[in-house]
Design a protein around this ligand. Structure first.
Ligand code: ATP
Length: 236
């Protein structure tokens, strides 16, 4: 089976600073994969490199086709949606306008029914659909960012640290919904997280990244049992 995303020997650079040092990993269609690692390990850079937002070398293939050096627009057309850390919603627009914007590249007629489906996952967004995005709570903004990305009908959603700055209960709720979205929307998800415990509960596959290299990979349930992972990332 061709992996949906296949990354080989990825090296990324910020000017003279090399942030990724030959990183390789892959994920299959339908999977929910997590990339774990400490601060500065290179998680965000990996997602940026996939989206061609940082200079990189190596091979990035999506469904068997090369993705390197493609414009953001063509990456979106490939079916990849990126939810960056910090969410990036349009703060002066309403919730509903944000969702409509998420579908801007689509020409089909199912946009209103997709918005309703997103409200099904995130009822809080429906309650607040006329409210300016900038006035939502952190958790609601994160939900909006995810819902907006899904409005593209992506095949792969890249999520950068969705738990960042959110209260534990809000994070649990969000992660549960991400699991449902992965199953019901048939969208593959690559989630980058510092909250290893939750990410490993959610994901089926996991990779551990240290200083720009993958140091461990496997089924999330096996990685969660690994002694080094438990000591370094789970704190027990
Ligand atoms: P965090 O969880 O703290 O966001 P991360 O695993 O996502 O960490 P990256 O943000 O990918 O890590 O950073 C990887 C390395 O690249 C770090 O050493 C970081 O200092 C460096 N780096 C990131 N962005 C830049 C930049 N704009 N200019 C120079 N170096 C950068």
């Amino acid at each position: 089976m061709t992996p949906l995303l296949n990354v080989k020997d990825l090296r990324a650079y910020y000017g003279q600073v090399q942030a990724l040092h030959g990183l390789s990993f892959s994920l299959n269609e339908g999977s929910l994969t997590t990339l774990l690692g400490a601060n500065g390990a290179g998680k965000t850079t990996t997602l940026r490199a996939i989206c061609n937002m940082v200079r990189s070398t190596g091979a990035i293939e999506f469904d068997g086709k090369p993705l390197n050096n493609k414009s953001t627009e063509s990456i979106v057309r490939f079916g990849i949606a990126h939810v960056p850390q910090g969410r990036g919603t349009f703060t002066t627009m309403t919730v509903e306008e944000n969702l409509q914007l998420g579908a801007i590249t689509r020409t089909d007629k199912a946009i209103s029914s997709d918005i309703e489906r997103m409200y099904g996952y995130f009822p809080k967004l429906k309650e607040r659909h006329t409210q300016q995005a900038g006035t939502l709570s952190g958790g609601e903004q994160q939900m909006l960012a995810v819902a907006r990305a899904l409005m593209l009908r992506p095949r792969l959603m890249l999520l950068d640290e969705p738990s960042f700055g959110l209260a534990p209960l809000v994070v649990r709720d969000l992660f549960q919904i991400l699991g449902r979205i992965n199953r019901d929307e048939k969208v593959s998800i690559l989630v980058v997280e510092q909250n290893a415990q939750l990410a490993l509960e959610l994901a089926d596959q996991a990779y551990v990244i240290e200083t720009g290299r993958i140091v461990m990979s496997g089924a999330a349930k096996d990685i969660a049992q690994d002694e080094n992972v438990r000591k370094s990332y789970l704190g027990y």
